[in-house]
Structures are given as structure tokens and as C-alpha cells.
Write a protein that binds this ligand. Structure first.
Ligand code: 48F
Length: 268
């Protein structure tokens, strides 16, 4: 039934295709750390406009909290006007009360992952962001390692990471705000930590505050709430999609100005 190929050919195909991709993405336009909803939308928009975009995700699975709504129940909620993004992504949804919509997590998440891949984004999963590459007062890339390395016993985990370079990095690591934290450790940034839940305040503020937080670094999704001390929003996702979209447009602005030779990468 199947074409005869050798075990060696299969191994060679894996090694050579993966190596080619990794080598090509050692320098990217944008590195997005975190493959949750905000990171995936940002990746779709950036790759769709022709920017070389790489997502770094520590888990094997991509999608972050977008598979499950809340409390292990896989219904996602969205508030108007974010259902327009669901239309755009071809995700089926229901209006359960005026302006409140639901979609099924597995369907929504798989469609979002496909949309970012189809747009041309690449993904390194099982890859942990460890630290920033920091030069000339700005973030210029990511130090990464295989995720399992951090789970190994200390005596065999002395595996040096490698570094990737990018013109822009997006912190889409959710509540951990892992990339921002790596700057806070060096006192380059002061984070606030997120506040108690209040969806009506939080969702607007997360989108409003999405943007450049430090030269070379954009913050998106729930990392925004950790960075600026905004209330947590709980299991509603419109803000994540709109935040990712805004992060992409801020990145495009920086990349376009850089192309024109104007050094515009200063935080506001
Ligand atoms: O948490 P996550 O889904 O982030 P988000 O895009 O969306 C938040 C919502 O899911 C939900 C919410 C609002 O509706 O409260 O929580 O802001 O996805 C973050 C992704 O980043 C990965 C993590 O595994 C997850 O898939 N991540 C976190 N730290 C690292 C990382 C790291 N150090 N290296 C690589 N990936």
C-alpha cells in the first residue's frame, strides 16, 4: 500500500528539513514568545504581511489557554465587537445574550493555529524562552533551549542554550510575562503584577496598553495585565485576539520605519 522508503531516509528527512527551517529563522523580523491566542493572532497578521515570523512555545501543543475556556470547560466566551475576529477566522459561534458569544475551544484553537501557519509563520515548539539578547539598549532576540532541558536533573542539565536574533520581539507568554520579567531581573523594567478580576475594566485596558514596553519589545495578551497591574479578566478571549492584532500593527510600524532607515524603536 505505502511507498517503500528506508528508515535512514525518514531520519534524514526530519533532520534536514528541521535544520533548514532553524537555520533560516536564526534571524527573523519578529520573534513571538508564547503560542497562545494573542501570540497566534499577531503571528498570523505579521506573517500574512510578509514578515519573517517565528513563534517560540515551551509546550508541545500550541494554543495556550485557547483550548479550554475556564474551569476545564472547553467553551470560550467573547464580548462584542470581538466576534468580528471569529468571522474573519471562520470560527463558528453562538450569541448567548446580547453582545456575549461562545465558541468551542478545540475548533476555535485549531482554526487559529492553522490561520497563523497558513499565513507563513513558523513555530518552534518544546522550546523555552530563557532570556533576551540585549544590545545597544534594546531587545534584539531570544536565548532559547529545549523545554525538557529545564526538567532534567541538575548534573545532566548543563546544556548551553542558543540565541536567535530579531528586529522585534513580542512577549505573549500570558500572566507570566516571561520576557518582561527577564528585563525586570536586570532592573531595565519595573512590572506591576495583575490585579483582581474585573472583566469590564480589564479587557479594554489590556488592548489599550498593548504596545512597545521597552526598545525592541512589545507586550501582548495577559502579559500586558501583569506588566501594567491591570485587573485579570478571566475566561473571555476577545481582548486576547484584539491585543494580538494591535501588537502586530505596532510591530509593522517599527519594521516599516526601520526599512526606511528611521530609527523609531523607542518606548513610549
Ligand atoms: O496563557 P496564554 O494563552 O496567553 P495569552 O495569549 O492568552 C491568555 C488567555 O489564554 C487566558 C486569559 C484571558 O482570556 O486569561 O489565560 O495572553 O499563552 C501563553 C503561552 O506562552 C507560553 C505558554 O506555554 C503558553 O502557551 N510560554 C510561557 N512562558 C514561556 C512560553 C517561555 N518561557 N517560553 C516559551 N513559551
Amino acid at each position: 500500500m505505502f511507498q517503500k522508503v528506508s528508515e535512514a531516509s525518514i531520519s534524514k528527512a526530519i533532520v534536514s528539513e528541521f535544520s533548514k527551517m532553524l537555520e533560516e529563522y536564526i534571524i527573523s523580523d519578529v520573534i513571538i514568545v508564547g503560542g497562545g491566542p494573542s501570540g497566534l493572532i499577531a503571528a498570523r497578521d505579521l506573517a500574512g504581511q510578509g514578515f519573517k515570523t517565528l513563534i517560540i512555545e515551551r509546550n508541545n501543543y500550541i494554543g495556550g489557554g485557547f483550548w479550554i475556556g475556564g474551569y476545564l470547560m472547553n467553551t470560550l466566551t467573547f464580548r462584542a465587537p470581538s466576534q468580528e475576529m471569529l468571522d474573519e477566522l471562520g470560527i463558528p459561534y453562538k450569541e448567548v445574550e446580547s453582545g456575549l458569544f461562545t465558541a468551542e475551544g478545540p475548533n476555535a484553537c485549531s482554526k487559529l493555529i492553522s490561520a497563523s501557519y497558513d499565513a507563513g509563520a513558523k513555530i518552534l515548539n518544546m522550546t523555552q524562552f530563557d532570556d533576551v539578547v540585549y544590545r545597544n539598549g534594546r531587545v534584539e532576540g531570544a536565548v532559547i533551549n529545549w523545554s525538557p532541558v529545564s526538567a532534567l536533573p541538575r548534573q545532566i542539565s548543563c546544556v548551553d542554550p542558543i540565541a536567535l536574533e530579531s528586529k522585534v520581539t513580542i512577549d505573549a507568554t500570558g500572566h507570566d510575562a516571561f520576557v518582561c520579567r527577564s528585563l525586570e531581573r536586570r532592573k531595565f523594567l519595573k512590572l506591576a503584577d495583575y490585579g483582581p478580576m474585573d472583566v469590564n475594566t480589564s479587557e479594554d485596558l489590556v488592548v489599550e496598553n498593548t504596545g512597545l514596553i521597552h526598545p525592541g519589545l512589545i507586550v501582548a495578551g495577559m502579559a500586558v495585565s501583569t506588566a501594567y497591574g491591570i485587573p485579570r479578566m478571566g475566561p473571555t478571549f476577545g481582548g486576547m485576539l484584539l491585543s494580538g492584532k494591535k501588537a502586530a500593527s505596532v510591530a509593522v510600524e517599527i519594521l516599516s520605519k526601520e526599512k526606511e532607515g528611521i530609527f523609531a524603536n523607542t518606548s513610549s
